[in-house]
Each structure stands twice: as structure tokens, then as C-alpha cells.
Design a protein around this ligand. Structure first.
Ligand SMILES: [Zn+2]
Length: 227
């Protein structure tokens, strides 16, 4: 079992077997975050899907605070190291690695690659999604992405899908529901919605669109589910 806590936008904390991992820690400046970065308990790892400011967020300060390992696409991991993250593990799409907290595999996401931070200079990267296996549960954080046929490769290999639904920058409800049909998880948690006016949407409409294909758990920032 893994405990999955949403902190608004694309930021989730995963906890299992005494290990704690955060994905896309955009807390400072996130109008829907329920915690400040300083309040996040000690982390084992920080996973980054891409370098946009609403995902890179507080990653480097948290990495420095806890000596947590930063797991990210190669170019973004190098940038974090240059910014002082003491412990980085570069990966890339298609690769998996077993860490003490669980296994991480990078999968395709279709999105922009710029790294947005002071000193980012020419850094760009290829955005990704993650399949993280912790506590025996396989969690697919889709990252920021369009609907893509590649998602069909994950069918039968995912228990929980963390799925963007906010439209404009990512899939909207119609495509997100099709993505659920492609991936066939047991449980879906919508994300990347409601943070800013341009991505306001109704997660209950998403629940209706998914229908019988999967259980949809609409979390509020700070709420958790276990799977
Ligand atoms: Zn985003």
C-alpha cells in the first residue's frame, strides 16, 4: 500500500515503508498549495517531470535541506546539480531504476521542455511522466501531457493514475477520460486543474466522463488516499 497526498497542481507526496517521495514540488507561489515548502516532512527523493516553474518549484531548496535525491530527465537533473542539489540521479524516457524507496520508470509526455529558473540559461529537457512502484503499488504520474497513443503501452501495468485534466496546457476532460481508457488503472486522481483561472474545470464532470472505466478520487489539497 502507498499513501498518496495531493498538495495542489501536479504536486504529490507518496509514502510507503517509511520512505517519502515528492513529485513536482510547486509549493511556493502555488495559490492552491495547502503547505509551505518548509512544512514538508523529510524527503527521500524529489521527482521532476519537467523544468517549468510550476513543476520544478521548490525542488532545489528541498533537495539541499534533506540531501534528497533528485530524479529527473538528464538535462534537468544536471541543472539541479549545478544549482547545488547535492544528490541527483539523471534518467531518460524508457529507462527504469530501482532506488531504496522504490522503482521509477520514465515514460513519454508531450509538452514543452524549457527549464524555468534563475540561472537556467540554455537548459531544456524532454518532459516525462513517471511510473513509480512503492509499497507494491504502481503509480503513474502522467506529468503535463497531451493524450498520446503511447499511454496504451501502460495498460495493465498501472494501479493508480495521476492525471492532468485542466486543459489549455495539458489534456482536458475529454482527452483525460480517453487516457484513462488507454491506461486502465483501478484508481484515478485528477490533477493540474483549478490552480489558475485558465485551468479551472469541474472534476465531477471528469468523474462522469470516466464512468465505469475506473474509480475517480477527487482530492482537495492536503487530502490523501491509499491504494
Ligand atoms: Zn504544468
Amino acid at each position: 500500500m502507498v499513501t498518496i497526498t495531493w498538495h495542489g497542481h501536479a504536486c504529490f507526496v507518496l509514502e510507503a515503508d517509511g520512505r517519502r517521495v515528492i513529485i513536482d514540488p510547486f509549493l511556493t507561489g502555488n495559490p492552491r498549495a495547502d503547505v509551505e515548502a518548509a512544512e514538508v516532512p523529510t524527503l527521500d527523493a524529489i521527482l521532476l517531470t519537467h523544468g517549468h516553474g510550476d513543476h520544478l518549484g521548490d525542488a532545489v531548496p528541498l533537495a539541499k535541506r534533506d540531501s534528497a535525491i533528485v530524479v529527473a530527465p538528464y538535462e534537468l537533473a544536471r541543472f539541479c546539480a549545478e544549482q547545488g542539489a547535492p544528490n541527483v540521479h539523471p534518467m531518460h524516457i524508457g529507462g527504469a531504476h530501482a532506488f531504496p524507496f522504490g522503482t521509477v520508470k520514465l515514460v513519454t509526455a508531450i509538452h514543452g521542455g524549457a527549464v524555468e529558473a534563475d540561472g537556467a540559461g540554455p537548459y531544456t529537457t524532454h518532459p516525462c511522466g513517471f511510473v513509480v512502484t512503492m509499497g507494491g503499488t504502481r503509480i503513474y504520474h502522467a506529468g503535463d501531457t497531451a493524450l498520446t497513443l503511447d499511454m496504451q503501452l501502460l495498460a495493465g501495468r498501472v494501479d493508480v493514475m495521476l492525471c492532468p485534466i485542466g486543459d489549455n496546457y495539458t489534456m482536458g476532460i475529454e482527452d483525460a477520460a480517453r487516457a484513462v481508457d488507454f491506461v486502465k488503472p483501478r484508481l484515478v486522481v485528477p490533477m493540474h486543474w483549478g490552480t489558475f483561472p485558465v485551468i479551472e474545470t469541474d472534476p465531477e464532470e471528469f468523474r462522469r466522463a470516466v464512468g465505469e472505466h475506473a474509480r475517480v478520487e477527487v482530492l482537495r489539497p492536503g487530502q490523501s488516499c491509499r491504494c
